[in-house]
Design a protein around this ligand. Structure first.
Ligand code: HEM
Length: 230
């Protein structure tokens, strides 16, 4: 009961936010590294995807942890939003230019919501394949699902490619504040290390941004294409 009360307090919610954020950040980083195998060719990417799909003892525990982290992150974020709203009272001083809160920190709820919409679209497109059911029929010479072809065909549409670039940009903007707050939420409040934490967050978010958007941009520029494409 005391534990439940603790996780409803601002400190408890911030700890939940930080720990679930760490899991999500770890996933995004690992996913970026996995996706970059597209530059090694179709065998590398399709073999990697096939390994994950055919190893349910790894895939399903990982999916459950990821799902729980997303739900915890959203609920704790909503809880903090309500706490802050009550604490601020009728006049919202956070909108005052004189306050120190950055634009990223004041817009976390909005950038987070757009990222959620992007993830739902992304899952419907590449995992469930409900948006383009024809992707499910793409098979390579090894009889593996041709994820390589699916990604290149999807990003051949400028709308899809730019939607990804903008959404990943927002995700990284969201993460740049999230990673910096992570340290404060877990009690690393020494002012001397604050600039270091902010730079660490910026560098990691920039690496993830570049590592993700290079794929749609490479397809749009024609440097990443299918073997049977002119
Ligand atoms: C250019 C960027 C991206 C590319 C090319 C990409 C590609 C893919 C592909 C091909 C799959 C399906 C894998 C398979 O079925 O074998 C997938 C699944 C997924 N992606 Fe991405 N992705 C990108 C960005 C992101 C981002 C930014 C996020 C999250 C914020 C994300 C979250 C996910 C999730 C949660 C799954 C489902 C994993 C599972 O099957 O359990 N992706 N992605």
């Amino acid at each position: 009961m005391a534990l439940f009360q603790f996780f409803r307090s601002t400190v408890g919610l911030k700890i939940l936010m930080a720990l679930s954020g760490l899991i999500l950040f770890g996933f995004v980083f690992a996913h970026m590294a996995g996706n970059l195998q597209i530059f090694l060719g179709s065998d590398a990417l399709n073999g990697y995807a096939h390994f994950l799909q055919s190893t349910p003892e790894i895939l399903w525990p990982f999916r459950i942890v990821l799902f729980l982290a997303v739900v915890t992150h959203i609920l704790a974020g909503y809880g903090l939003y309500i706490h802050n709203k009550i604490a601020r009272g009728p006049i919202d001083y956070s909108r005052n230019a004189a306050t120190k809160a950055s634009l990223a920190s004041r817009t976390m709820a909005y950038s987070g919501t757009v990222v959620l919409v992007f993830i739902i679209f992304h899952l419907l497109q590449f995992t469930v394949m409900a948006i383009n059911p024809e992707y499910a029929a793409y098979v390579d010479s090894q009889n593996h699902h041709d994820v390589y072809r699916m990604v290149i065909v999807a990003f051949s549409s400028p709308w899809v490619a730019w939607f990804y670039v903008i959404s990943v940009g927002l995700l990284c903007y969201h993460m740049s504040h999230g990673v910096a707050s992570f340290f404060r939420s877990l009690g690393f409040t020494n002012e001397a290390y604050l600039p270091l934490q902010v730079w660490f967050a910026r560098i990691f978010s920039t690496v993830v941004f570049l590592g993700m958007v290079i794929i749609p941009l490479a397809v749009q520029s024609g440097s990443l294409k299918l073997p049977d494409q002119p």
